[in-house]
Design a protein around this ligand. Structure first.
Ligand code: R7I
Ligand code: MG
Ligand code: MG
Length: 308
């Protein structure tokens, strides 16, 4: 693949995470109906519990992973990533209860909620790992498990991150052309790493929904819009696949699902940005994004790590 195209896709995955996060932030917790009643399309960056253009915990944690990967030349060092998480931790960004407890060293990831967290916190932050390991799926699988276990030890929390990471990796490897990416092939490739029934079932449902052109309510009923990894990662994959050629449409679709809007949009934005490249992200959204140059630079540094 042309190196400048690949670089744009790397930047697209990280900026896409932050853009989805920031654009979804004002609506987190609202139902699909409430989001529709509140927002006007096309979506614009809006104030929420943070000023407009601000990202939340999703992006702050992804930044910590990116910083650690750069320092350690692409290797996943769990203690170092945890240290970056702790140093970057800014409570106002709205962290999940379990993740806060780990960062404050008040809980153990293995015993959190009994058997570890299955929240979507490991999946939402995973894009930097996909950048480093997108071309070696077996290494990607192992690297995601290590990175997730820091806070999310439940098998469903880890597998959600693996599915999200592989979706980003396939998007990075796919060249957008006149022939659209084949959604069935895309889902089947992800199916290859799914071991838990809930994910296998929801991946099948994605294919059915794509054929039926599922409306928002049907997608919410079948795939979910909640904070659990299994109720949000499949919805992000669907939001991307049902709006393949438009970053804006994919992320807008994700936000309109309601509930965990920042996170479903962040995950959708990561996949769509990895597929379409940073040029496909609306410039009005990027102009408004907090720390955009810093985030772009992290993606560029991981790109250089890969190309040297
Ligand atoms: O996964 P996590 O970091 O939260 C991420 C979410 C995103 O929406 C962010 O935008 C931010 O708002 O928070 O944090 P966790 O606390 O580990 O998981 C999120 C929630 O999922 C928990 O607070 C629980 O309500 C629920 N949860 C569980 N409930 C029962 N049993 C997670 N794991 C379990 C479980 O094993
Ligand atoms: Mg968040
Ligand atoms: Mg969220």
């Amino acid at each position: 693949m042309n190196q400048s195209v690949l670089k744009s896709k790397f930047i697209g995955a990280l900026i896409g995470t932050a853009i989805g996060d920031a654009i979804g932030m004002p609506y987190e917790g609202l139902t699909h109906q409430e989001v529709n009643a509140t927002c006007t399309l096309p979506l614009e960056m809006q104030d929420g519990r943070l000023p407009k253009g601000s990202y939340t915990d999703d992006t702050e944690l992804a930044i910590g992973i990116a910083e650690s990967l750069i320092t350690n030349k692409g290797l996943v060092d769990k203690n170092h990533i945890l240290q970056r998480f702790i140093e970057n931790f800014d409570r106002k960004r709205g962290y999940g209860f379990g993740t806060i407890s780990i960062l404050q060293k008040k809980a153990n990831a293995k015993t959190l909620f009994g058997t570890g967290s299955y929240g979507n916190g490991a999946a939402m932050r995973i894009a930097p790992i996909s950048l480093v390991y997108y071309d070696t799926p077996t290494n990607l699988y192992e690297a995601v498990a290590k990175c997730s276990e820091i806070t999310h030890a439940h098998v469903l929390g880890i597998e959600g991150a693996q599915i999200q990471a592989h979706a980003i990796a396939i998007a990075l490897r796919s060249i957008q052309s006149t022939h659209s990416l084949d959604a069935t092939e895309f889902v089947n490739e992800i199916m290859g790493i799914a071991k838990q029934d809930v994910y296998k079932q929801k991946l099948h449902k994605i294919l059915n929904l794509l054929n039926e052109k599922g409306d928002h309510q049907l997608v919410i009923d079948e795939l979910g819009n909640g904070v659990e990894a299994f109720n949000s990662v499949p919805s992000a994959v669907y939001s991307f696949l049902s709006n393949l050629n438009s970053f804006e449409d994919a992320v807008t679709y994700a936000v309109c699902l309601g509930k965990d809007t920042d996170t479903i949009a962040a995950m959708t934005g990561a996949i769509a940005g990895a597929y379409l490249g940073v040029e496909a992200i609306p410039s009005e959204w990027i102009d408004c994004l907090e720390n955009k140059d810093f985030i772009k630079n992290l993606a560029e540094r991981i790109f250089h790590l890969k190309s040297t």
